[in-house]
Design a binder for this molecule. Sequence first.
Ligand code: NG6
Ligand code: CA
Length: 523
Amino acid sequence: MKNLKFIFPLGTLALAACSSAGEKQLPEKPNVLFIYADDIGFGDLSCNGTSSVCTPNVDALASEGIRFTNAHCGAATSTPSRYAMLTGEYAWRREGTGIAAGNAAMIITPERYTLADMFKDAGYQTAVVGKWHLGLGDKTGEQDWNGVVKPNPSDIGFDYSYIMAATADRTPCMFMENGKGVGLDPNDPVYVSYKENFPGEPTGKDNPELLRMHPSHGHDQSIVNGISRIGYMKGGKSALWRDEDIADSITAHAVRFIERSQASGEPFFLYLATNDIHVPRVPHERFAGKSGLGPRGDALLSFDNTVGEVMKTLKRLNLDDNTIVVLSSDNGAVIDDGYKDQAVELLGDHKATGVYRGGKYSSYEGGTRVPCILRWKGKVQPGVSDNLMSQLDWFASFAEMCGVTIPEGAAPDSENQLASWLDASTKGRSIIVEQNIQNNLSITDGRWKYIPAANGPAMNKQTNTELGNNPKEDQLYDLASDPGERNNIAKENTELVKDLRSKLLQEVERGVHYRTLKGEKKK
Ligand code: NG6
Ligand code: CA
């Protein structure tokens, strides 16, 4: 869309936003709020076209900001996406960045320079509230969950953290505030294991009669709140979360952080990572049954409510014009992700990935092409951008805005795309590398999509997702005429395939990497 324009010339912005030296009196340092959803697909929000579910608060953001239609997260699952976003480095470059267990050690180690460090260097107060899923502590499985687990987000640039260690479907099922379990009773210590159960503790596998929500696959270990999880835990009863309250707890802590920052007069960077709409989907009673799509749709309403609550807070505190709000998701949509929650049965004709093929876990566009909105009221002209955009670029782009120089070697895959984030009439990225659950890589230039032949199953049979793996054939799609990647035109377009393949190889070779193009470990 070429009719969009940034209201102020960018040069002025870069200067004025950080030094007040510009002619226009722009805020010195706008607050930056990331609302990072879990597993929300491109088609899950009404601003992206669905009529089967209504997300009015997100829609308001979209109508007041730029809605991106070709924005990608770093990978088709959570941990690598979050790793990539916070480090500005593709996760496939590093071993050990796959879906993290609940007792994984910190994946981003303290010596790394992160997006949060960058905001701190710019004078911001920084926080992460919500789903973490990047490991805690320095040794997998050896954390003392009753003490302060270190390292934690405060060691990679976050002044404040209120997080779920991993996911709602993984133990430990309690919030951690600045590294410490919230609400723990010293007389009832908590223990976590991913190796074996604690004697006498019930599990979903052995005690299905205790469950109120049954797994469809996996998720049959420790039972918390009548829901069996991945991993074992024991004790810590007073600290266990009630699934229905997770979203409200996250929202309330986000709101409190915003209030505290406002009172301090410092600008803030808040990474608000929702648990919605990840499994187990157990939204608060006030949303249960409201969407008509079952818990998955109800969780979307809960997500939308969180968006509404934080926006209300910004308005109440007069921070509305002075806060850049970015909304996106950590990977594409999945319908049955391990619990019998009727998501499949009640889906109707809802298309959670929009027109895109695959979904969470996949090399197809449904894996990483996610909802993305940027709103900066009064500064960024509302509209729609079809530019090719990557979450990895938030790092270098906001560094540019804040006038921070990223240390050499940090954020190697992050491009300064500030102009394109703030003005849809500029060009966006030239290429993006996409990563699926098998760590197989593909590449798009926005129009063409090349998926090299690579080992791996065609389907995730458990979730019923097409993964895009084809050991025998290269795949090439013209996303302009075939956004659903149905018509493989690789054979007829050998030159294009050659070109994209060499670009992908170049990208892989450009930095550290431990896997080959095919996802295999390098010899
Ligand atoms: C998978 C889980 C799935 C989900 C996913 C991580 C099974 C069978 N499936 O291994 O339920 O937890 O990991 O999701 O255990 S993510 O959005 O955090 O990447
Ligand atoms: Ca996710």
